[in-house]
Write a protein that binds this ligand. Structure first.
Ligand code: MG
Length: 254
């Protein structure tokens, strides 16, 4: 028997995944990866990849030949990955308009409710995107206003990328990204318990990464993983789409 999923307390910190949770890009990210990979390798064929649930640095490690990029590799591999990720970031803003993506159902009203009615609730991005990549996506889809960093001291690049949250910065387990988010949130909200944070995500990787840190998960089946697939990983709650603002208010208060 796996350990029971983390208990949820009334939520004080929301940790949002981006792709498949807030928005979909119509796979524009893959165009950016293909262009970056071609530039990095001098035109080698791009390997088939199912990127959902992998962090940007894990995707880069995978396409560069690491078959299992879920642990933290050595510095040589980190350096190569960082080079490919930088090319991807440079390609992404130009690739986003090439595909028809969208903001997912109820996302904007829920974010507006949080911003207007619950300003004391932390609402951060906790994502396998890099800071620059996440910024490009949220800007393109008009959501960055909901995640402006209140404290520029949180991130070295906050002046250029003023988004609040925890991002992929190297090849490492996804749970490290959640752990950093929880530590940053605890600095902001002293005494915050893991059960008072809530990850909202769309993949089994989101669920496993959060559970490893003791954070409960609201799983949304709004991308490639079905409700049954997500429920099999025992999130606190799994839904077909993000609930509307009224229901979301009830869920975070439970
Ligand atoms: Mg996702």
């Amino acid at each position: 028997m796996p350990p029971p999923p983390p208990a949820k307390l009334p939520t004080r910190a929301l940790f949002w995944d981006i792709d498949g949770t807030l928005l979909v890009t119509g796979r524009a990210g893959m165009i950016a990866w293909e262009r970056a990979f071609a530039a990095f390798t001098g035109g080698r064929a791009f390997p088939a990849v199912r990127p959902d649930g992998l962090t940007d640095h894990q995707i880069a490690a995978w396409v560069l030949g690491n078959p299992s990029p879920y642990e933290t590799p050595g510095e040589d591999e980190q350096t190569a990955v960082a080079g490919l990720v930088a090319l991807y970031e440079a390609e992404l803003a130009g690739a986003l308009p090439l595909r028809q993506g969208r903001v997912l159902e109820n996302v904007r009203p829920v974010l507006e409710w949080v911003k207007d009615a619950r300003p004391e609730l932390l609402s951060w991005l906790v994502t396998g995107n890099t800071l620059a990549g996440g910024t490009a996506k949220l800007r393109h889809y008009g959501l960055s206003e909901f995640f402006r960093s209140g404290s520029l001291a949180d991130q070295g690049q906050a002046q250029a990328y003023p988004l609040a949250g925890s991002f992929s910065s190297r090849v490492e387990p996804r749970s490290n990204i959640v752990r950093r988010a929880l530590q940053m949130a605890q600095a902001r909200l002293p005494g915050l318990r893991a059960g008072e944070a809530l990850v909202i995500g769309d993949t089994p990787h989101d669920i496993e990464g959060a559970h490893a840190i003791g954070v409960p998960v609201l799983a949304v089946a709004t991308n490639t993983h079905s409700l049954d697939e997500l429920a099999a990983h025992h999130p606190w709650h799994a839904v077909a789409v993000l609930p509307d603002a009224d229901e979301f208010r009830r869920l975070v208060g439970r």
